[in-house]
Ligand binder design. Structure first.
Ligand code: ADP
Ligand code: MG
Length: 238
């Protein structure tokens, strides 16, 4: 396991800066939710941590090691996307195994890890199916399973439940809570769902236009929002 540290992280696309110097410390094993309006930079921050984008300035470390120049595969992270991003021509099993196959993990270990993740996510009966024969919730479980089998130090979730209908979202929220308890890995979880953030997170980071507006425990933010903006997202309706 490992924590994640951002120091003065900035990101520009062309001449437009969208992340304006973010300082943030996520502790080992902590579950942190990023919330904020559309376009405030939540996905960009995750992609910077994952190594899918390069910071324009600042330092990023995972487990105390500076990772600015490290490729995504060498960062010990796994990311789960809103869109699932499964390979349509592969079975659920092969989708989950694919990253490990690329990393030349031996077949026995792959089978063990896929079975264990499938058990945890209750998709053991679905491993032979292709994505088109799975429901939205089942697809998202496969996508989460694919992250779990890599045994990452850090999980990054980008609005993993927002494509699901309300009932399933509640069920999957409980599943995520179970994962958090079972895996005890560091997790950074982007959501626009206040209930998800309040119920899952040890700490919530409220982002506004590429800056951290406030960070604190759900109760701190709820009872002592720094300003109207934070209150609008998670504060009590004062
Ligand atoms: P969020 O996930 O909070 O909705 P994003 O991180 O996706 O926000 O985007 C933050 C800002 O960066 C937005 O203004 C968006 O248009 C811009 N942006 C994101 N990715 C790119 C890109 N590849 N090229 C140009 N602008 C981008
Ligand atoms: Mg986003």
């Amino acid at each position: 396991m490992a924590g994640v540290t951002l120091r003065g992280v900035r990101k520009s696309f062309g001449r437009i800066e969208v992340i304006h110097g973010v300082d943030l410390e996520v502790a080992d094993g902590e579950f942190v939710a990023f919330v904020g309006p559309s376009g405030c930079g939540k996905s960009t921050l995750l992609r910077l941590i994952a190594g899918l984008e390069e910071p324009s300035a600042g330092d990023l470390s995972i487990g105390g090691q500076r990772v600015n120049e490290r490729p995504p595969a060498a960062r010990g992270i796994a990311m789960v996307f809103q869109s699932y991003a499964l390979y349509p021509h592969m079975t659920a099993y092969d989708n989950m195994a694919f990253g490990l196959t690329l990393a030349r993990t031996d077949k026995g270990t792959i089978a063990e890890r896929v079975r264990a993740a499938a058990r945890l996510l209750q998709i053991e009966d679905l491993l032979d199916r292709k994505p088109r024969d799975l429901s939205g919730g089942q697809r998202q479980r496969v996508a989460i399973g694919r992250a779990i089998v890599r045994e990452p130090q850090v999980f990054l979730f980008d609005e993993p439940l927002s494509n699901l209908d309300a009932g399933l979202r509640v069920q999957m929220r409980l599943e995520i809570a179970k994962l958090k308890a079972d895996l005890r890995a560091t997790m950074i979880y982007v959501t626009h769902d206040q209930v998800e953030a309040m119920t899952l997170a040890d700490r919530i980071v409220v982002l506004n236009a590429g800056r951290v507006e406030q960070a604190g425990t759900p109760l701190e933010l709820y009872h002592r929002p720094r300003n109207r903006f934070v209150a609008g997202f998670i504060g009590s309706p004062a």
